[in-house]
Design a protein around this ligand. Structure first.
Ligand code: COI
Length: 328
């Protein structure tokens, strides 16, 4: 079976090279991401493995299908970069992966603590030898109510990680199960907005969740609420969030994903003019922390991502089921 893996990183090499040595597997690696310009490189391949910043829209999928590609797997949990409808029409089967939810969950706790304790500010000041306590006073987590929106694998892992801090944990999930009820008090979204001091998002980006956090929902929250997003930028209307930070309705923000991040994240832009004004405005506020979609990035996750993606493609190639197949 011939597979092309687009956008590979050095840290994935130890795991990818295992499959390169496998008999009957031809695994070609490309540093570049899948785009209209690079899609033809997959001509003659059976399957492609892509990253979160690859493009798998109708135009690209058509090129892949014309080149004979039948299987596509993203080495990510999120798959909003893939046009699943188009893939189905073109006869390309698609899959995502699963990986330890604790990488993102640990990072979420890190962001919550960092924003509550003004940690970035403290470190910047300490770098300038300013060891005064000016503006450094923080808040303690056990005095707060954390609202988790979305209780899938990551939302549940966040609840488990937070359980040792003594905070009240409340959650909204459209599908509460027995376990979620042991981890958090399940309530409606409006109840959560009214009670949470910190709101953390763990829901996928879908047409239903697009701009879930917007003026209308921000107005329902407690004044000074903290917003944490380690899920997807599209969940937040960034313009409305900026207004809410400026008015004080939002007391702090820590986001690892932002709208229109595609060409920005995971690239060194030190001397580039970044074209994302809203992200740059947010970054300028002292009570806002923006990180470059790095929450997932652990040794455990990299290994899980490669393994699930390549083994899923190989299963299809052998006429077996891929447990991570996505259906429209
Ligand atoms: C995901 O797996 O969905 C992520 O957010 C990771 C990222 C590389 C896109």
């Amino acid at each position: 079976m011939k597979i092309i893996a687009y956008g590979y990183r050095d840290d994935e090499m130890p795991y990818l090279s295992t499959y390169q040595k496998m008999e009957g597997v031809e695994l070609e690696l490309k540093r570049e991401h899948l785009t209209p310009e690079t899609a033809s490189w997959a001509n003659g391949a059976d399957g492609v493995s892509i990253t979160g910043v690859c493009r798998a829209d109708r135009e690209v999928l058509k090129q892949l299908a014309d080149g004979g590609v039948r299987f596509l797997s993203t080495r990510t949990v999120g798959y909003n970069q893939i046009d699943l409808e188009a893939a189905k029409t073109l006869g390309i089967r698609c899959a995502n992966v699963t990986y330890s939810p604790y990488g993102v969950a640990n990072y979420t706790v890190l962001l919550i603590l960092a924003i509550l304790r003004k940690f970035m500010h403290i470190m910047v000041r300490s770098g300038c030898m300013d060891y005064s306590l000016k503006d450094m006073q923080g808040k303690e987590l056990q005095n707060m109510t954390v609202g988790i929106i979305g209780m899938g694998r990551i939302g549940k892992a966040v609840a488990r990680c937070l359980s040792g801090f003594g905070c009240r944990i409340i959650a909204f999930t459209p599908h509460p199960d027995e376990e979620t009820r042991t981890l958090a008090e399940i309530m409606t979204m409006d109840e959560l907005y009214a009670q949470a001091d910190i709101i953390t998002l763990h829901t996928p980006a879908t047409p239903e969740t697009y701009h879930l956090i917007c003026k209308a929902t921000l107005d329902k929250m407690k004044k000074g609420v903290y917003i944490i997003n380690t899920a997807r930028g599209e969940l937040i209307n960034t313009g409305d969030l900026i207004d809410a930070v400026e008015s004080g309705q939002v007391g702090g923000v820590a986001i690892d994903s932002f709208e229109h991040e595609q060409d920005i994240i995971h690239v060194d832009h030190e001397y580039n003019v970044i074209r994302n004004r809203e992200m740059l405005i947010l970054k300028a506020y002292p009570n806002v922390l923006v990180s470059p979609h790095a929450a997932f990035y652990t040794d455990q996750a990299s290994s899980d991502m490669v393994r699930c993606s390549i083994e899923g493609l190989l299963s299809w190639g052998q006429g077996k089921e891929n447990p991570f197949e996505l259906n429209v």
